[in-house]
Structures are given as C-alpha cells and as structure tokens.
Design a protein around this ligand. Structure first.
Ligand code: NAD
Length: 383
C-alpha cells in the first residue's frame, strides 16, 4: 500500500471577493497536484479563520487561535483581507508579515501570450525580490509639530550642527547589513536554482549612500563570497569577450530612477530584481502594469520561518459575490507556493494551464478593459 505524501497548507479565504478567488485557486491546485503526482502526493487544505469571518465567529479579525494554527502550518495561502478605514485599525496583512518575519516579498511578473497588455511587452519575465521589513516602512516618523520631531531637530543641531527648519517632519530610513544580506541570499539562490540570467540590484545609492548604497555593497558582497562560482560581474565581462559565459548569472546594479525608465524601454535586459522596500514597491507595480495589471499579479512573502502566498490585489468590494473578478493572481500565488515548496511539477502544470487559457482566448472583464480596438475585434471574432 502506497501512502501519499501529504502536506497541510493553511488558507485564509479572505474578505470581499476573497472566497471566490481562493476556492478557484484551490481547485486548480488540487488538479495540478493530481496530474503531476497521480495520487502519490496530496495537499490537505486547512482553513484559518481571519478577517470578517474571524470577527463574526471569534469577535476579532485576527483571533489568537488562528495565529496558533498559522504557526503550526507555516505555509499558507491568503486571499485579500479588508483593512477597515479609520479607528487606528492595523492592516492584518502587515501584521502577518511582521508577526512571522516574512522578510522577502517576491513578485514574478510574466507575460502570457494572448494576454491583452496595454504596453505590448511579450519579453517580460521578471522576478522581483522586495525587502519587506526595513527602509521607510519601519514606520519611524514624526509630524513636524510633535515634541519628538522637535527633540530630533534639537539633537541634530546640538550634536552635528545640522540646522533643519522647525516646520520639517522627520522620517528615518533604516537599512541593515543583516536585513539586506538575508534577502540578497534568497534572490541569488533563487536565480541559481531557476537558471536565471541576471540579478540586478536596484538602489538610489548615489544620493542615499549609507542606506541604499550600502544595500548594493552588502548584496554584492554576498554574491562575491557565497555565490562566486555562479556569478559574473559587469567589470569582468571583458575577460569573456563582453558576453556572459554560459551557465553564469550576471550580477549588476542600476540607479532606481533610471531603471524605472529602462524597464519600459529596455525591458528584455531585466530578469531578477533585488530592491530595498520602497523601490521594490514602485517597481513591482510598474512591472505588473506591463503585463495586464492586478488581476494577474501574484506575490509570496517568504521568511526563514515559513511563507504566505497572496494575490497582490485587494478585496474589490464592489464585485463581491458577482463571480466577475479574475482569479489568475491567486492561482499564480499557489503556483509560487508550490515552487517554493519544491513541488516544481505541480507548479509547472499550473503555469501551463494559465498559459493555455490565455492562448485560447478566455478573458475576464479586467483584461478586456485593457484591450485596444484591434484586440477587441479579434476576441469578438473568436466568440
Ligand atoms: P483593490 O485591489 O481591491 O481594487 C483596485 C481595483 O482593481 C478595483 O477597481 C477592483 O475592482 C480591481 N480588481 C482588484 N482585484 C481584481 C481582480 N482579481 N479581478 C478584476 N478586477 C480586480 O484595491 P482597493 O480598492 O484599494 O482596496 C479594497 C480593499 O482591499 C481595502 O479594504 C484594502 O485595504 C484591501 N486591500 C487588501 C490587500 C491585501 O489583502 N493584500 C491589498 C490591497 C488592498
């Protein structure tokens, strides 16, 4: 008797359109596992009650029982959760990331043939590694008229002779060697394991030397010391006739502003991108716009403790219960989960399925909205 290898994956069905996209993705995931492993592997999906449902059942949106379950399962899918406006309500999404120290936000951005993309960039196949815990997101800031800001201004004046205006708000941007190197390691490991071509470190080190500049230096140090046999740097290309030798990964860096522009004009030069938190935020949304937007943008938050896959979009409350939205982002989030669990065959079946769907001309309304007249005419002909 062959006992199937079972893995328990938690899932949070989410608010608004959450349940619609979550259950669509779970259905696809089960089919992919069945096809890839023919019954020798199985996922046991375990619901973790959070959000509106948590409020109804346990009287709180993040019940401690649910946090305990997440601590046990360590790997979970999270459909979007509403952040109620006002009342100082802290986003559960952010809380979960911090609670489990999920320090890397990873977003692949890939063009599927047939996908209506306003920018027509079929060469897009990026994976963005965004640092998730530091930078201006540390939330260390004070309004200009607070006693804290006054103290900091006074300290700077007294200790360093730096005179800031009295109406200046203060924010702090911490970027550490530890925080940088753990995500750099993850990005480089991913690039090696997935045979990627380039890892580009995106930074604004020309201006912010000791935060973003240091981010670049510390990331390069990891490449140089821990991945030496796999990588080549731009200044070494001369030895190889200007080409990246086969089997090696080019590690380079680009200044953030220039890079945001080049991603549109020289898209094919980019592959894996490693960025501090704020740059990572900007570049992931820009990149998603290259291939069809929120409806097709998945993400995964990874830490040493575990991982949480999610669509990038929110709860789209106006479409709740209408069976209208695009489940692709959540389906691709599960694909990522499988990929990072090492269930590569199941992951590949999911991406092949998505590819085949778009190739054969099935679209949800969010994508039709992005089509130009020519594309709309073509789709009508097919229908
Ligand atoms: P949203 O992502 O819900 O919606 C933005 C736009 O995209 C809307 O027009 C929406 O209808 C559309 N859209 C989103 N997902 C789609 C899909 N799968 N298919 C087709 N169209 C889609 O962002 P919002 O309106 O700013 O936020 C709504 C709620 O979601 C808020 O409570 C917010 O806090 C929450 N939110 C949660 C997450 C998360 O859980 N990670 C992320 C963003 C927003």
């Amino acid at each position: 008797l062959k006992v199937p290898e079972k893995v328990v994956i938690g899932y949070i069905e989410g608010d608004g359109i959450g349940p619609e996209v979550a259950y669509a993705a779970i259905k696809v995931a089960n089919a992919a596992v069945e096809k890839a492993y023919g019954g020798s592997r199985k996922v046991i999906w375990y619901e973790v009650v959070v959000g509106e449902k948590g409020e109804k059942i346990f009287g709180t949106r993040l019940p401690s029982q649910s946090v305990d379950v997440l601590k046990k399962v360590r790997v979970f899918l999270k459909a979007p959760l509403e952040t109620p406006v006002g009342g100082g309500f802290r986003s559960i999404n952010v809380t979960l990331r911090q609670l489990f120290d999920l320090y890397a936000n990873i977003r692949p951005v890939k063009y599927f043939p047939g996908l209506p993309s306003p920018l027509k960039k079929p060469e897009v196949d990026l994976v963005i590694f965004r640092e998730n815990t530091e930078d201006v997101y540390a939330g260390i800031e004070w309004p200009y008229d607070s006693p804290e800001a006054a103290k900091v201004r006074e300290f700077l004046r007294r200790e360093f002779g730096i005179n800031l205006r009295d109406d200046a708000g203060i924010g702090i941007k911490p970027i550490s060697k530890f925080g940088t190197q753990r995500i750099a390691r993850l990005a480089l490991k991913f690039a090696v394991e997935n045979k990627r071509r380039v890892v580009t470190v995106m930074h604004k080190g020309n201006i912010q030397k000791y935060t973003e500049g240091a981010f670049k230096e510390w990331a390069f140090e990891v490449a140089r010391t821990e991945f030496r046999q796999h990588v080549v740097f731009e200044e070494e290309l001369g030895q190889y006739g200007g080409q990246v030798p086969p089997g090696k990964i080019l590690v380079n860096d680009r200044i953030a502003d220039n890079m945001l522009q080049q991603l549109l004009t020289r898209t094919g030069e980019y592959d894996v991108i490693l960025a501090p938190n704020l740059n990572g935020d900007y570049v992931s949304d820009e990149a998603a716009g290259l291939v069809g937007g929120l409806g097709v943008a998945p993400g995964i938050d990874v830490g040493d403790w575990g991982m949480m896959a999610e669509p990038v979009h929110g709860t789209a409350p106006k479409y709740r219960g209408k069976n209208y939205v695009n489940p692709t982002a959540t389906i691709l989030a599960v694909e990522l989960l499988f990929r990072f669990m090492g269930w590569i065959e199941a992951a590949s079946y999911i991406s092949k399925g998505v590819e085949a769907t778009y190739r054969s001309g099935y679209y949800t309304a969010d994508l039709v909205r992005q089509m130009d007249e020519e594309e709309k005419r073509r789709v009508k002909e097919v229908l």
